[in-house]
Design a binder for this molecule. Structure first.
Ligand SMILES: CC(C)(COP(=O)(O)OP(=O)(O)OC[C@H]1O[C@@H](n2cnc3c(N)ncnc32)[C@H](O)[C@@H]1OP(=O)(O)O)[C@@H](O)C(=O)NCCC(=O)NCCS
Length: 177
């Protein structure tokens, strides 16, 4: 098994195809032949078997968000997924730990994500953030406008350092990861 970090602009077409295939396997609604839903990430963490098969994937974006009026440095995580036959071996947890370590080493204050299964992330130290959110809505490569509304049971964060998350309105300053 090996873990690889790849900057998005360095992705070769063959690896892009493997990622797209994995995303379609894990998320049946994922657009075919695509490796992003709203926007390209900054980098990806990829987990390979000893034979070189892509087993796990996490996309990360480095961004400033606005939490209750203050800028916070975050890694936004998207498309965390593992090949069905390789689940329950700790791969997704390992990918999350890797992005959290990278953040801690580089003054990133929080990991932020939209969680389909909140309890899974809560067991890994993530906290739900409920309240008023603002974000850029993107669909099929088009900006649809700024959404401003209350969200609950969706967004979760994990502090990477001593700074606690301040409750209050949240502006994603972009799309939701
Ligand atoms: C959610 C998902 C990413 C989890 O991937 P995974 O690699 O199976 O996750 P992990 O192995 O790290 O953890 C899963 C469980 O297996 C258990 N596990 C981990 N290693 C284990 C091992 N060696 N033996 C037995 N159980 C193990 C973990 O304890 C964990 O259980 P818990 O949630 O009760 O703590 C995967 O199911 C998936 O791709 N789902 C579809 C896409 C999706 O929903 N993504 C999340 C988007 S928010």
């Amino acid at each position: 098994m090996s873990l690889m970090r790849v900057e998005e602009y360095l992705l070769k077409p063959k690896l892009q195809q493997s990622i797209s295939k994995l995303l379609r396997t894990c998320f049946s609604q994922y657009p075919p032949h695509r490796t992003y839903l709203s926007q390209l990430p900054d980098f990806r963490l990829l987990w390979f078997s000893d034979e070189g098969t892509l087993l796990g994937h996490l996309a990360a974006e480095h961004r400033i968000m606005n939490a209750n009026g203050a800028p916070v440095r975050v890694f936004g995580v998207a498309d965390l997924c593992v090949l069905p036959e390789s689940r329950k071996e700790g791969i997704a947890t390992g990918l999350l730990h890797a992005v959290e370590s990278l953040g801690r080493e580089n003054r990133v204050e929080f990991v932020v994500l939209a969680a389909a299964d909140q309890s899974w992330f809560a067991r890994r130290g993530y906290q739900p953030v409920n309240g008023n959110f603002k974000w850029l809505m993107i669909h099929e490569n088009q900006s649809l406008g700024i959404a401003s509304r209350r969200l609950s049971q969706t967004i979760m964060i994990k502090p990477l350092g001593d700074t606690p998350w301040t409750e209050g309105p949240v502006d994603f300053l972009g799309h939701i990861f």
